[in-house]
Write a protein that binds this ligand. Structure first.
Ligand code: ZN
Length: 109
């Protein structure tokens, strides 16, 4: 499984102070901003407390949380974010990595 670029992108996201869902400010080391985090059902919240050292389980949980927030209408596309926030998220490579992952899934890789 080649999830390396996604793993790296998510680790970079933790270090930023921008929420990858809506571009709001978040604390460095947090997955999401407070409004996104508190919108998650408790099962998904708990999934974020799995250590990143546990590998794929953590990343799967993180992606499930992202998908949930997108379904609930929290997701703001990069083009609609302030330039600075869009640049920070863009620089993590997250969007490219997510697209890559989607493609790999479709191809059954
Ligand atoms: Zn947010």
């Amino acid at each position: 499984m080649s999830n390396i670029s996604l793993h790296v992108a998510l680790l970079r996201i933790f270090r930023t102070t921008i929420c990858p869902i809506d571009g709001k400010r978040k604390d460095s080391g947090q997955c999401f901003c407070k409004s996104c985090y508190f919108a998650l059902p408790s099962k998904l919240k708990h999934g974020l407390y799995v250590s990143a050292l546990d590998g794929d389980e953590f990343y799967d949980n993180y992606l499930s949380a992202m998908e949930y927030l997108a379904r609930k209408g929290f997701y703001v596309p990069l083009v609609k974010l302030p330039t600075e926030a869009a640049k920070i998220i863009g620089d993590t490579g997250l969007i490219a990595a997510l697209n890559e992952r989607k493609q790999a899934k479709q191809e059954g890789a």
